[in-house]
Design a protein around this ligand. Structure first.
Ligand code: FER
Length: 277
């Protein structure tokens, strides 16, 4: 079983990123749902395995996009190899049978609002936790044949999605047993970068679980060594967690920028640790 404390394979093996003979790859369907949280109809994409069957129950991975993205960003970019890596790892029985949900993370209540680098413009991202918990998860669990326990509910995010993944994962360990942040963006805690000043979703001292919280099975953070967008912010989250005694897995992806190489590595290392028990 892959180690939950160290990473030995920092890049996604290339064989997992190509179509293999005898393996079938999933299909994507677009859904819409009425979001009470936002008062708007919202969209999501769902990657179903090729042999999806209501005779079985699947784990669910929620995969959150970066800033300015939407439900099409991650799965619509073939460089991320999401269909390939997921189906190949399932075929090798190295991860769970799963569906992957790609939400639109900009949970705005004003239809005219646009994302950007200001405190006000990022607020809808911070509101996504409410849409996810109260609207999207119930819709997914009603519509698809899926498990609904925390061991079978994972959350993974890239950049802005990584930051929200950490926020959601720290806030709701009762809901998510597996949590992964790929190159998480600044702003989880107060800080400043070239783009803006961040008030912080929480204080550094609160980047931890409460005494009575159930702890995640996996809390992973990774980042490319050449990330030119979020730089050392992911490492700073690792350091804060270490200071606060939060058990987690931190690793760097050699030579990766803020790009698909970090994403593929993160998917791979997350999924091989989210395996059958
Ligand atoms: C920031 C730097 C990076 C920030 C967001 C990002 C909201 C997100 C980047 C991405 O999603 O790719 O200061 O502030």
């Amino acid at each position: 079983m892959p180690d939950k404390k160290t990473v030995t394979q920092t890049t996604c093996p290339s064989g997992l990123c190509v179509k293999q003979m005898g393996v079938q790859y999933g299909t994507v369907e677009h859904i819409t749902y009425d979001s009470v949280t936002t008062g708007l109809e919202r969209g999501a994409n769902v990657l179903l395995p090729a042999d999806y069957s209501t005779d079985k129950k699947y784990a669910v991975l929620y995969f959150l996009h970066g800033i300015f993205g939407d439900e099409n960003s991650l799965i619509g970019d073939d460089n991320n190899k999401i269909k390939e890596i997921t189906a190949n790892l399932v075929a090798e029985e190295r991860t769970k049978d799963m569906i992957v949900v790609f939400p639109n993370m900009y949970a705005k209540t004003n239809p005219d609002q646009q994302p950007g680098f200001s405190a006000e413009a990022v607020l809808p991202y911070d509101n996504f936790i409410n849409d996810l918990v109260n609207d999207l998860i119930p819709v997914i669990e009603n519509k698809y044949s899926v498990h609904s326990d925390r061991e079978n509910r994972g959350i993974l995010g890239f950049s802005m999605g990584g930051r929200e993944t950490l926020f959601i994962g720290l806030s709701r360990p009762d809901l998510f047993g597996y949590i992964g942040a790929i190159a998480p963006a600044p702003g989880l805690v107060p800080g400043k970068d070239n783009f803006m000043t961040h008030v912080g979703q929480m204080q550094e001292a609160d980047v931890k679980y409460n005494e009575n919280d159930i702890l995640p099975e996996l809390l992973m953070i990774c980042c490319g060594t050449k990330d030119g967008v979020v730089g050392k912010f992911p490492e700073s989250y690792h350091k804060i967690m270490t200071t606060n005694g939060v058990e987690h897995l931190w690793y760097e992806v050699p030579d990766a920028d803020h790009d698909c190489n970090a994403i593929k590595s993160g998917i791979y290392n997350f999924l091989i640790r989210w395996n059958k028990k």
